[in-house]
Design a protein. Sequence first.
Length: 244
Amino acid sequence: MELKIREDGINSYEQVMLIYRAALKQMNTRLEILSEEFQQRYKYNPIEHIKSRIKSGDSIARKLRRRGCESSLENMVRYCNDIAGIRIICSFTSDIYHLAEIISSQRDLEVILIKDYIKRPKPSGYKSYHMLVMMPVYFSEQIIETKVEIQIRTIAMDFWGSLEHKIQYKFVGEAPEHIRAELLECSAMISALDAKMLSLNQEIMEQSEMEDKAAALLEQERRKAKFRAQNHSHYGDESSMFPD
């Protein structure tokens, strides 16, 4: 069942945060298992690293105030979708959509909302892929469906996002116009960099595939030659059994 204050016997901030911390731990474990599987099975891991955090009480209260809502447990659960947040950092944009598809396919996860800020960036230049999922959290006497926000972005997007966050914090969300313009310009540069790196990676992969095919053909020819040589030697030995 979905997390509902009072109805689940949950009536304190500490109990609510325990549920979100548990959801975060479970999601982290799922992603770590995926990361290990990628490395072992495919020899390529699209997950560079994973960051996770629980939103602080002060941040939750500020978010509710911005929405014009009273700071209560009910409003916190209803309106704050990012209390439990995970950020997955990838090498390439193609990895982002691949991972999103894998996460969406997990049967006990329900994807509630997707915001693709890569295809449709924010006016500030912010780019990232956001998923809001509902996942089961297992306790001793009940299973509680809990919201977790997942952000997936490239290394370059994460670098830009971290800098933009620091600037917005420094200027309390009202950075000077020239700084906002430069951030937007940097965002375009990062998009170009991501596209170039993806193109280079694809070229390297294609070249590697061609080399693997060539090596396989050479090995096949080597085995054929060895087989022919062995047969020739074998028949030569048999012919010597019948001297003229």
